[in-house]
Design a protein around this ligand. Sequence first.
Ligand code: IMP
Ligand code: MG
Length: 171
Amino acid sequence: MKIILKKEQITERVEYLGAKISADYMDKNPVLIGCLKGCVVFLADLMREITIPYTVEFVRTSTYGESRTSSGIVQADFFDLNVRGRHTVIVEDIVDTGLTLSYLITTLTKQDPLSLKVCAFLVKPGAYDAPVTIDYKGFDVPDEFVVGYGLDWNEQYRGIPYLAVVDEKSL
Ligand code: IMP
Ligand code: MG
């Protein structure tokens, strides 16, 4: 596996994002919506860098099966989430085709939040062709399959503390 983001680089960027969100949402008590499961490591670190009051909820989304090809179908479990009247920030691990994010934005918009923004740890090139805006971005990554810092390949590697590219031959 080839390391593409070191632990230190990630830490520095998450500190920056936490400070930015803290400044932008001062007195707004936002709700952060973590997209399981990939968000967990990023969200846990981000939460400890946000210095203002906020709450946390989760949705569970999936598009990918066992291969890297998206099935094109988004499945989501909202766990009785209701963001009506709340300043809302979706926290994603990675935006690739933007399909998951579009689906979440459409669904959450119907709940009438006070505002709705997106914080994504990673953005792949394809995301820029999708009709989604990423308000808070960690890093751009190349169009390769990346793992670590919460991201998995076949449910493995979520716990590695840096970001790596899996050898294509092993996929
Ligand atoms: P999208 O709907 O195509 O934007 O895909 C988003 C979801 O696919 C992410 O939330 C991840 O769970 C998964 N995904 C996309 N690219 C990668 C990757 O390189 N590594 C691990 N998961 C990925
Ligand atoms: Mg995900």
